[in-house]
Design a binder for this molecule. Sequence first.
Ligand code: HAM
Length: 420
Amino acid sequence: MLAKPKGTIDVKGNDALLYEYVSSLVNTIMSSYNYEYIRTPLFEASELFHRSVGESSDIVKKETYDFLDKGNRNMTLRPEGTAGVVRSFIEDKEYALPDVKKYYYNGTMYRYERPQTGRLREFSQFGVEVLGSNDPLVDAEVISLQYKILEALHIDNLQVNINTLGDAESRDNYRDALVKYIEPHLDELCDDCKERFKTNPLRILDCKVDADSEVLKNAPKTIDYLTNDAKVRFDTVLKYLDLLEVDYEVNPKIVRGLDYYDHTVFEVVSLDNNETRQSVLGAGGRYNKLIKELDGPESYGMGFACGIDRIINILKEMDLYKSIKREVDCYVMYVSEEEKLYALDLIQSLRLNGVICETDYLNKGLKGQFKQADRLNAKYLIILNNEDLQKGLVNVKDNVTKEEEKVDISEVVEYIIGNL
Ligand code: HAM
C-alpha cells in the first residue's frame, strides 16, 4: 500500500481545525503589528542556503533535500524561511526604499532529520523578518511578537532564553578564547565537534551530543567578550523587553545552529514540556552580516520562526482546545427530484450569505439525513417537502430545542441568519 513518506504528516480532522485556528490568529496579530505577508518559493538555488544557513551547519551538511532540475541546476527545498526572504529583499532592491520592510510568512520547510515527536522532515513554520533597521527596538519587538502570539494561544510557562553574540570584534575575541579553551579538551568531544573545531568552533556549543559534558559546561561565555558598544546594545534590548513584559532569561549557551547570526539570539520554550530540545517552540535573532554576504549592500535584519507542528502538539493536550469541533449552521433535507431543485437553490443562497450549510450527496432517506445532520452538529434543519413547497413554505427545525416552524421560502435565508 502507498504510504506517506517518513517524517511527513497528513493534516486533517480536528488537527486541520487547529492549524487553521493558529494561522488565522497569526494573521490577525501580524496585521495589528503591520507586518506584510510574503510567500517565497518552496525551492531555491542550493547556493542560497550554502551561503546563508552556512556550509558548517547541520542543516546544510546533512539535512537538505537537494535535487538537479531538468536544466541541470542544483536546487534545494527550503529548510527555513529567512534566506528566501532576504534573497527577495536584495533581488527587488528593497534596501533602497525609505522605510523598513516588515515581512511575515507561514509555510512548509524541509529538513532530512531523524523523525520523532516534534521533529518532522516536512514541517510548518510561521515567522517574521524585519529588514533595514538596526534599532534594538526591532529586536525587542520581534521577540515580544513571538511571545505574545504564543501567549494568545494560551500556552503557559513561556520563557525566552536570550543571548548575544555581539559584533564582529566581540565574536573574534570570543572565538579566540573558545579555541584556546577547547584545544586541550578536544579528545573528550565527539567526532562532529572535532570537525567543528576546524570549521566553526562556535558550533561546538550547540552540539546535541556533548551538550551536558563538563567541557562545554565550563566553556567561556560570549557575554564576557563583548565590546562596550555590543554590551550597551544588548542591555538596551533587555530594557525594552522588560517594558514589554516579556519573561526572559539570559542564557550564555544559546548560540543557534545557523551561521548567519550576530548580536541578539534567542529561543522561546514552554517550560511545561520536559523534553528540552523538543519544547523549543521558536527561535531567531539578528543577522546584519547576511545581506552583504548574499551580495546586497550593508543593511540589517532580525527575525524569528516558530514551529507550528510543535505548537499543535501542545494545544492538543490542552482542555481549552479538546472540544474544538467542526459545526454546520444548517442542514437542508430533501427526497424527491423537485425538492432537490429547491434545495440546490436554497443552499446556494445560504452559503453566499455566509451560512455554513450542508446537504445530502448520497440519496439517503430522511432518517439517514437526520442522522448525518446530528453527526455534523447542525444547528438548524430545513426540511423540504413537495406539499409545503406548493404553498411557498419550508419546514425549519431548531435542532437543539427541536421546535419546528413553517417559514415562507422567500424569507428563510433571513430567518436562519437572524436566529444564528
Ligand atoms: P530554527 O531554530 O532552525 O530557526 O527553527 C525555528 C523553529 O522551527 C524551531 O524552534 C522549531 O520549533 C521549528 N522546527 C525546526 N526544525 C523542525 C523540525 N524538523 N520539525 C518540526 N519543527 C521544526 C530558523 O528556521 C530560522 N530561520 C529562524 C529565524 C528567522 N532567524 C531569523 N529569522
